[in-house]
Design a protein around this ligand. Structure first.
Ligand SMILES: Cc1cc2nc3c(=O)[nH]c(=O)nc-3n(C[C@H](O)[C@H](O)[C@H](O)COP(=O)(O)OP(=O)(O)OC[C@H]3O[C@@H](n4cnc5c(N)ncnc54)[C@H](O)[C@@H]3O)c2cc1C
Length: 806
C-alpha cells in the first residue's frame, strides 16, 4: 500500500469503484481505494441492477443518461461484462392524474434530449404480451432503460481503474481519518496509515460511521428493500425477445424479466428503517429476514397487470438495506467547512448514478468547481438542521411514496416543521399554508378566513390560484408584506472587506455608505456561481443578500479565498429575518414607523442603511422590491421579527396592508422578468447568457473568473435568457418544458406563473442562441395540448420600472 496518495477513496461498492475509474480517466496519478471487505460488500452485491436515463430535471437526466450509456464502452475497455440488457421500459398509468404526470414526464425527457413516446394497446402488447391492459389508461415507452449485473459493473470499474494505475486494497477497514495541519488527511487503516491529499467517503451503508470519524454528521438513514425473482414462466420461455422493464408507479413496484422468469421489486408502504442508530460494523455479506406480507398489496396489483406472475413459483427473495438522504438524492461533493473531505454517499440508484458521480467528482476536483449545476445532489444542500428525526420522517415518507405522483409546487409535510421564524405562529393564525426552504418554514399563501389552509394537488390551476390573485392585487393597490427570512444573508467585515469583495465579485463594489450594487459572482470558468445585492453598511462592513438555499454552497466557495487576516465573512441567513414591504402605500406605511425621512429624495431607489423601525431599534433597510412595486426590504434580528410584523400590520390598517406569500412573489417577479437562483441563474449559464453581462466589469484588473469570462463574452451564446407569454387554458406551465418551433426544441422554460397584474400566463427561460429573438411561431405542450408561446421584448409589467422608482 502506498504511503501518500492524491486521493484515498473509502469504500469499494459501485460508487467508490466508479470514482477510482473516473479519477484515473481524468489524469490523476495516485489513487487508492480502500475496502473493508470484498468489493461490493455493502448494498451493491444484492441490488436488482435496474438502470435508466431519466432522472427528473434536465441535469439529473444528463447524469443518469451518462451512467446508463457507459456500460457498452466500459465492457469494451475492460473486457469485463457488465451484463447490460438494453430493453427499455414501459411506464404504466392507471389514473388520469398519472396520465398528466406522464405527459409532463414526456416533455421533461424531451427537454433533456431523450425521446419517449405513447404506445397504443396493440403496440404495448407486442412489446409485452404478458400484460393485461384492462386497468391501464396509458403507456409511455421509455427506451433508455435496462438492467445490468451489479457485481460485473463494479468489477469493470475496478478493473478499468487498476488498468490505469489505481491501487485497490481489500480487507482493510478504515478506522479513523485525521485532518493534518496542512489540510491533507491521515487515513488510518487496520494495516497502516496513508496520507491523502483528499479523502472521499464512498462507504455506502457505513457512510455515517466513516463521516463521524471526521466529525461530520451526514443526513442519511438506511431502509429495507424487497424484491423477489420467480422461477421460469412458460409464457416468457416461449418469447424470442426480452421483455421491457415495467414501471407501475400507481402500484409502487417495478418489474423486469430475469432469466425466463420475472423480478418484482417494491417500495413498501410503510417503509421499514434499518440500523437507525448506526450500521453494525460487523454487518457482512448478509440479507435481512424477509417480510413478504409487507408487499402483498403491491403483489396483487402486479398480478392484476401481469397475470402470469400469480402462478409463478418464487425462486429467490431479497430483503436488503440501502441508505438514503432525506430527498433520496445522493450527497456528493466537498463537505463545507472540512478541507479536502469529499462525499459520495446516499446513492439510491447506483446503477443509474454511480458513473455520473465518478465523472462529476473527478471534474470537480480537477477544475475546483462542478462542471455544471449539480446542486440537487450536492452535500451542501443539507445543514445541521437535518437531524435524525427529520431524516427518518423524510426518508420514510419519500421511500413509501417513491413513485407517488409529484405535483407542481408540492411541499411535502413529512418531518416538518424543523425550523420556524418567530412570526410562524402569527402566520399560522392568519391562515398561512407553509413551504420549507433549507429547513425553514415560510408562508406560501394565506387562506382567507373560513377556508381551509390546504393546497389542492393537481396539474391544473390549484385552489390557491384565486387566493394568490387576491394577494397580488391587494399588494399592487395598497401595500403587501411578504416574509423573506429565507433569503441568504452574509456580512463581510474588516479593513480588507471591499478588496476581498472586489476579488470574488464581478461587478464594481459600493464605494460609499448606503450604496447598493447588484453583482454576479463568477466561477473559475466564468459561469454563474452566485448573484448578490451588496450593500455598504459602513466603511468596512457590507451586507450581501442572495439565495438562502445555497448558503453553505457559497461559504464553501469562499473558503478557497480565505483566510485573510483583515476580512471576515459570516452567514447571517438564520441571524436576520426579513420582510418585504411593497406597493404604492409602502412608503407611507414605513414612514409611520421609521426614524428617518423616507421621501424619494432622502431615500432613493436602491439606497440602503441602518434605521430604527418601530419596535426594531436595529434594522437594515434596503429600498428594493422583487415585486416591481415601490418597495423596501427590512432585515432585523429574530427577536424583532414578530414585534416588527405586528407593528406594520397595526400601522397599516387604514392603508389596506395585507399579507402575501411566496407564491404571490413568484408571480410578481416573473411579471417583472426577474430571474431566481437555481431556476434562471445557475452554474450552467454564463453572465452573458443570463442577461447579466453588463454587470461584469472587465475594467477591474482582477476578479475570480475574469479571464475565462472574457473568452466567454466573445463566444457565441449557447442560450439567451428570455421572457415569454403563453396561451394557457386551465393549466399553466411549470418550468422545464421544452419550447418548440414546429417539432424542433429551440429552448426551454425555467419557471412560470400566471401574472395577475397583467392577466396573462407568463414564463422565464432560455432560447437556444441560434433562435434568440426569433419571429417563428413557438409552442409548448401543456398536459398533451399544444399551446402558443410568444417571446416578450420587455417585462410584462411596468417595463420602465416607474412604479418601483416612484
Ligand atoms: C434490495 C436492493 C435492490 C436494489 N436495486 C437496485 C436497482 O435495481 N438499481 C439500482 O440502481 N440500485 C439498486 N439498489 C441500490 C444500490 O444497491 C445502491 O445504490 C448501490 O449499491 C450503492 O453503492 P455504494 O457503493 O454507494 O454503497 P455500498 O454498496 O454500500 O458500498 C460501500 C462500500 O464501502 C465499504 N466500507 C464501508 N465502511 C468502510 C470502511 N470503514 N473502510 C473501508 N471500506 C468501507 C463497504 O464494505 C462497501 O463495500 C438496490 C438496493 C437494494 C438494497
Amino acid at each position: 500500500m502506498k504511503s501518500h496518495v492524491e486521493v484515498a477513496i473509502i469504500g469499494g461498492g459501485v460508487t467508490g469503484c466508479s470514482i477510482a475509474y473516473h479519477l484515473m480517466k481524468a489524469g490523476f496519478k495516485d489513487v487508492l481505494l480502500i475496502e473493508r471487505a470484498e468489493l461490493t460488500a455493502g448494498s451493491t452485491w444484492h441490488a436488482a441492477g435496474g438502470t435508466g436515463a431519466f432522472g427528473g430535471g434536465a441535469n439529473a437526466t444528463y447524469l443518469h443518461n451518462y451512467s446508463f450509456s457507459i456500460y457498452p464502452q466500459l465492457e469494451r475497455e475492460t473486457g469485463q461484462s457488465c451484463g447490460f440488457h438494453h430493453v427499455g421500459a414501459l411506464a404504466l398509468a392507471r389514473t388520469d392524474e398519472r396520465m398528466d404526470e406522464l405527459q409532463r414526464h414526456h416533455m421533461a425527457a424531451r427537454r433533456a434530449g431523450l425521446e419517449t413516446g405513447w404506445l397504443t394497446i396493440e403496440e404495448t402488447l407486442k412489446r409485452c404480451p404478458i400484460l393485461d391492459p384492462s386497468t391501464i389508461k396509458g403507456v409511455l415507452d421509455e427506451p433508455h432503460f435496462g438492467h445490468v449485473d451489479p457485481s460485473g459493473v463494479t468489477q469493470a470499474f475496478a478493473k478499468g481503474a487498476r488498468d490505469m494505475g489505481a491501487e485497490i486494497v481489500r480487507h482493510n477497514p478504515v478506522i479513523d481519518t485525521r485532518l493534518r495541519p496542512d489540510g491533507s488527511w491521515d487515513v488510518v487503516t487496520k494495516n497502516g496509515t496513508i496520507r491523502a491529499d483528499r479523502v472521499v467517503n464512498a462507504a455506502g451503508l457505513w457512510a455515517r460511521e466513516v463521516a463521524a470519524m471526521a466529525g461530520i454528521q451526514l443526513p442519511l438513514m438506511p431502509v429495507e428493500h424487497h424484491y423477489f425473482v420467480t422461477e421460469s414462466i412458460p409464457e416468457i420461455e416461449s418469447l424470442d425477445f426480452e421483455l421491457p422493464l415495467i414501471g407501475d408507479a400507481d402500484s409502487e413496484y417495478y418489474m423486469r424479466q430475469e432469466g425466463k422468469g420475472l423480478l418484482l421489486g417494491v417500495y413498501e408502504d410503510p417503509c421499514t428503517h434499518w440500523a437507525e442508530k448506526g450500521t453494525p460494523l460487523n454487518f457482512g455479506h448478509e440479507l435481512l429476514p424477509n417480510q413478504l406480507e409487507r408487499i402483498d398489496k403491491n403483489f396483487l396489483q402486479a398480478v392484476e397487470a401481469v397475470p402470469v406472475l400469480g402462478a409463478a413459483g418464487v425462486k429467490r427473495i431479497i430483503n436488503g438495506p440501502m441508505i438514503f438522504s432525506p430527498d433520496l438524492n445522493p450527497l456528493i461533493g466537498p463537505y463545507p467547512g472540512v478541507p479536502n473531505y469529499w462525499c459520495a454517499c446516499g446513492v439510491m440508484t447506483g446503477f443509474s448514478q454511480s458513473a455520473a458521480i465518478g465523472m462529476v467528482l473527478a471534474g470537480w476536483m480537477k477544475e475546483r468547481e462542478p462542471l455544471f449545476d449539480v446542486f440537487m445532489w450536492d452535500v451542501a444542500r443539507y445543514g445541521r438542521w437535518a437531524g435524525k428525526a427529520y431524516v427518518k420522517a423524510r426518508t420514510g415518507d419519500m421511500y413509501a411514496t417513491r413513485f407517488k405522483t409529484l405535483y407542481p409546487y408540492e411541499h411535502r409535510s413529512a418531518g416538518r416543521p424543523v425550523l420556524t421564524t418567530p412570526a410562524y405562529a402569527l402566520y399560522r393564525e392568519k391562515g398561512a399554508v407553509f413551504g420549507a426552504s433549507d429547513g425553514m418554514e415560510f408562508p406560501l399563501w394565506f387562506a382567507p378566513s373560513g377556508t381551509k389552509p390546504e393546497e389542492s394537488l393537481t396539474f391544473r390551476r390549484p385552489n390557491w390560484f384565486e387566493v394568490v390573485k387576491g394577494e397580488c392585487l391587494a399588494l399592487q393597490q395598497g401595500v403587501g408584506i411578504i416574509d423573506i427570512s429565507t433569503y441568504g444573508k452574509h456580512v463581510v467585515k474588516g479593513a480588507g472587506a471591499r478588496a476581498w469583495l472586489d476579488h470574488v465579485m464581478a461587478n464594481r463594489m459600493p464605494t460609499r455608505d448606503g450604496q447598493l450594487v447588484l453583482t454576479p459572482m463568477l466561477s473559475h470558468t466564468g459561469h454563474l456561481m452566485g448573484e448578490f445585492s451588496v450593500a455598504q453598511l459602513g466603511k468596512a462592513e457590507f451586507l450581501l443578500i442572495g439565495s438562502g438555499v445555497v448558503d453553505r454552497y457559497h461559504h464553501r466557495w469562499w473558503e478557497q479565498f480565505l483566510p485573510s487576516h483583515d476580512v471576515s465573512v459570516e452567514s447571517m441567513t438564520s441571524g436576520l429575518c426579513g420582510l418585504s414591504v411593497s406597493g404604492p402605500h409602502a412608503r407611507s406605511l414605513l414612514s409611520r414607523l421609521c426614524d428617518q425621512d423616507l421621501s424619494g429624495d432622502a431615500w432613493p431607489y436602491r439606497r440602503t442603511g441602518r434605521v430604527q423601525m418601530g419596535p426594531a431599534a436595529e434594522a437594515i433597510l434596503l429600498r428594493v422590491a422583487y415585486t416591481g412595486e415601490l418597495g423596501y426590504e427590512i432585515y432585523v434580528r429574530p427577536e424583532s421579527h414578530l414585534p416588527l410584523l405586528e407593528a406594520l400590520i397595526e400601522a397599516g390598517k387604514d392603508l389596506g396592508v395585507s399579507l402575501a406569500g411566496i407564491r404571490a412573489l413568484n408571480s410578481l417577479r416573473i411579471e417583472k422578468g426577474y430571474g431566481a437562483w437555481g431556476l434562471e441563474y445557475a452554474l450552467d449559464y454564463t453572465p452573458f447568457e443570463s442577461g447579466m453581462g453588463a454587470l461584469v466589469k472587465f475594467d477591474k484588473p482582477d476578479f475570480v473568473g475574469r479571464e475565462a469570462a472574457l473568452k466567454l463574452r466573445d463566444r457565441s451564446k449557447r442560450y439567451v435568457y428570455s421572457l415569454f407569454e403563453i396561451d394557457a387554458d386551465d393549466a399553466d406551465p411549470w418550468g422545464d418544458e421544452p419550447i418548440l418551433a414546429g417539432e424542433e426544441v429551440v429552448g426551454f422554460l425555467s419557471s412560470a406563473a400566471y401574472g395577475f397584474r397583467v392577466s396573462r400566463s407568463l414564463a422565464l427561460g432560455y432560447m437556444k442562441g441560434t433562435h434568440a429573438g426569433t419571429a417563428e411561431p413557438l409552442s409548448i405542450d401543456i398536459l398533451g395540448k399544444r399551446r402558443s408561446v410568444r417571446l416578450l421584448s420587455a417585462a410584462a409589467f411596468d417595463p420602465t420600472a416607474s412604479r418601483m422608482k416612484s
